[in-house]
Design a protein around this ligand. Structure first.
Ligand SMILES: Nc1ncnc2c1ncn2[C@@H]1O[C@H](COP(=O)(O)OP(=O)(O)OP(=O)(O)O)[C@@H](O)[C@H]1O
Length: 264
């Protein structure tokens, strides 16, 4: 279980540009939770994921992994248990390396002593088998440079790389937002399958409320650096976009303007 306790994150603290991006976030992520994260622009969604991943130091609060305090752990150290997929398909893969070299790097995640790009025969078999399941024909292109792939193919490969060594937690930050609708849907289906088959714990940021309601077992809504709504199970299954807007109004006492988030 991962627990965030009273997380406080400022940017440019003490300057005229000071931003309080997270103002005391408490969140208990249970093993196997697939949490979709929604909220308006600047609500703190990406910052939350970045703080979990150790990209930024905190100004307050702690992060516990199975009751162990990992707040002081570097981003590199946390990469042993955290995988991330970003919006930009170029960020998760190395374009100048081949598909199999990228996968070989993913296989060594969290094992810093094993450097080099050599690919062993039995690993190659594993890669072929895994790639086949993507249904994109990439298993026949193991030695192709990743730079030759389309954005969707590259994001599918990134998803595979992020889960090749099972992470304790998978962080997805609008990972389908840069793709065309059909490709985005394929990546979402892949996401759902990988999370289900490997029983992963995942947090997925999205601007799409329908998507947030369709996927996962739990949904949190952020606003001005706080979690203002946390629904799961049957309650989430029954919810519609209008219910979410209504709940926002009840909690905040203000309308959720439609330009704050996509309602598709
Ligand atoms: N590296 C940074 N330096 C300075 N300010 C930042 C930085 N990252 C985020 N912020 C600020 O912190 C606040 C929260 O930003 P964050 O990116 O977490 O929001 P978000 O909910 O992910 O928004 P969006 O949906 O627009 O991506 C915003 O006011 C943003 O401008």
């Amino acid at each position: 279980m991962i627990e965030l306790q009273g997380i406080i994150k400022y940017f440019h603290r003490g300057s005229i540009n000071e931003v309080l991006a997270l103002s005391g976030v408490d969140l208990r992520v249970r093993r196997g939770d697939f949490i979709t994260v929604i909220g308006s622009n600047g609500a703190g969604k990406s910052t939350l994921l970045n703080c979990l991943a150790g990209s930024y130091p905190l100004e307050g609060g702690r992060i516990l992994l199975d009751e162990q305090d990992v707040t002081a752990w570097s981003e590199h150290r946390r990469a042993r248990f955290i995988s991330r997929v970003f919006q930009d398909p170029l960020l998760g893969t190395c374009g100048t390396l081949s598909i199999e070299q990228n996968l070989a790097l993913a296989l060594r995640r969290g094992r810093p002593h094993l450097l080099g790009l050599g690919v062993k025969g039995h690993d190659r078999e594993l890669f072929r088998e895994q790639l086949k399941q993507l249904g994109l024909g990439l298993e026949a292109r193991l030695r192709d440079k990743v730079g030759l792939l389309s954005g969707g193919q590259r994001q599918a490969l990134t998803m595979l790389m992020a889960t090749l060594v099972r992470p304790e937690i998978l962080l997805l930050d609008e990972h389908t937002a840069a793709l065309d609708p059909k490709t985005a849907q394929q990546i979402l289906e892949l996401t759902e399958r990988l999370v289900r088959e490997q029983q992963l714990t995942a947090l997925m940021v999205t601007h799409n409320m329908k998507q947030a309601l369709q996927l996962g077992n739990r949904l949190i809504m952020m606003h001005q650096g706080k979690v203002i709504l946390d629904v799961s199970g049957e309650e989430k299954r029954q919810m519609k976009v209008e219910d979410l807007l209504e709940r926002f109004y009840t909690v905040r006492g203000e309308e959720f303007s439609q330009d704050r988030m996509l309602l598709v």
